[in-house]
Ligand binder design. Sequence first.
Ligand code: ZN
Length: 309
Amino acid sequence: MSPVSGLHHITAISSSAQGNVDFFGKVLGLRLVKKTVNFDDPGTYHLYFADRVGSPGSVLTFFPWAGVPKGRPGTGETGLTHFAVAPGTLPFWRERLEGAGVAPVTEETVFGETRLVSADPDGFGFAIVEARGDDRAGFATHGIAANEAIKGFRGVTLTLADGAATRDLLTGLMGYEEQARDGALTRLVSPTAEAGVVDILEASDQRPASQGAGRIHHIAFRVADRAAQGAIRDTLTAEGFQVTPQIDRSYFYAIYFRSPGGVLFEIATDEPGFATDESVEHLGEALKLPAQHEKLRPVLEQKLPALSV
Ligand code: ZN
């Protein structure tokens, strides 16, 4: 069994909470499944978008810092998020993205898969990929039928100055397998995981990325529970990585460490999931605060902008 099962979530920085809802909710059709605050900075939202139930492998989260400047793309970061859709739906998505009028939409073929590449208003780059054999259910919303909807992540592209050590980490103790190479691009896959692709793009001619709106802060890989997380933490520590303790993030437990190419990696548990403090029907409706910040509720409810979903 592979130590990790593809991606759990992706966390990015944005310049507007409502902008996130307007783009990822209303244009891409992801569901706002949790409205909480940044546990380390409770004056700002932490918004979670996902499939209907908040399945691991579909969860895209944002720290919206109002008006924060755009970051700069470059090396040492996750440069592209890949969303999976059913084969034959790219014309629908091209029309929808072009109708939103945000950024150019380009079509390309990578490792035999056709995809559309575009970006949100902050410059968050994404690809919509026709993924064969992905039977995850889509969520019908905002004029998107279930069979057209985004199913979750397909994977990510890491842009690295030198990809070798990160490739070795992923194919070593994290259980990925190298599937293909094409020039500067190497595809690794996590066996059996739907959100299982990590493409490594070696771009030694680019400058290091800088954090800011539109950039990805970290990516989280998926394990079942705290026992599995503890086991991989022990392995990482034995290999010389500096790994945080297991941190309670209310909806999962997290450990973090810096991967060799500079990207912040997290390993997150499926337990307990997002339907623990509100039912599936009502996910994302109420402001949820962890116990340590509950005393701030009156202040936060005044300070945080109301969202029109
Ligand atoms: Zn995270």
